[in-house]
Write a protein that binds this ligand. Sequence first.
Ligand SMILES: CC(C)(COP(=O)(O)OP(=O)(O)OC[C@H]1O[C@@H](n2cnc3c(N)ncnc32)[C@H](O)[C@@H]1OP(=O)(O)O)[C@@H](O)C(=O)NCCC(=O)NCCS
Length: 177
Amino acid sequence: MQSSLSTDRLLLRPWATGDADFVYDMYSRWEVQRYLGRVPRVLPDLAEALAMIERWKGLDDPVHGIWAIERTQDRQLVGTLLLKSIPASGELPLVPSGDTEIGWHLHPDFWGQGYATEAASTVLEMALASGLEQVVAVTNPANTASAQVCRRIGLDHAGQTDRYYNTTCELFVTSPG
Ligand SMILES: CC(C)(COP(=O)(O)OP(=O)(O)OC[C@H]1O[C@@H](n2cnc3c(N)ncnc32)[C@H](O)[C@@H]1OP(=O)(O)O)[C@@H](O)C(=O)NCCC(=O)NCCS
């Protein structure tokens, strides 16, 4: 069972079936999906949102997680924080690279308030304290907002890579040691 984490303004908790309307609302928006995956697509219906939540709930790992980000003051959901295995480029189906990636998806109503940075800093700190030696983040080269989050949480830009997801990404990594 994935544990919850708290920050000054946010609670990171496991996703629940009752969150499906929010998940559908967020992932059916092109401005959220446009830089995600090799061939971005919006979520077509609520059934897929429910299926995503079921997959996320099934993730059973002591450190990795896919958290719902909830604003503490009013319990408003604002997005997703991910710490997960990143697939290596190669033949389909893609297999794990052995590296761990951190990622963030926020509903556009909640951009520009520092929530992604706040949630990601806490998860990164937890990941490193749990013994992970390195965490990576990959962003579409056009996704400057996400690259800024990487820099704000202290990741180093390591140029471009085609090592993951069969696509070319900007690579950000935790500093050695
Ligand atoms: C990437 C994404 C999460 C960035 O969201 P964001 O809100 O810009 O990121 P942050 O949480 O770091 O917020 C930073 C902004 O909040 C502002 N801010 C306001 N209050 C703040 C506070 N208390 N603390 C920190 N920043 C604050 C900052 O000035 C900055 O604004 P700016 O971009 O105008 O300079 C968002 O664009 C998104 O979800 N995109 C779609 C999904 C996506 O592409 N994900 C990444 C895949 S690699």
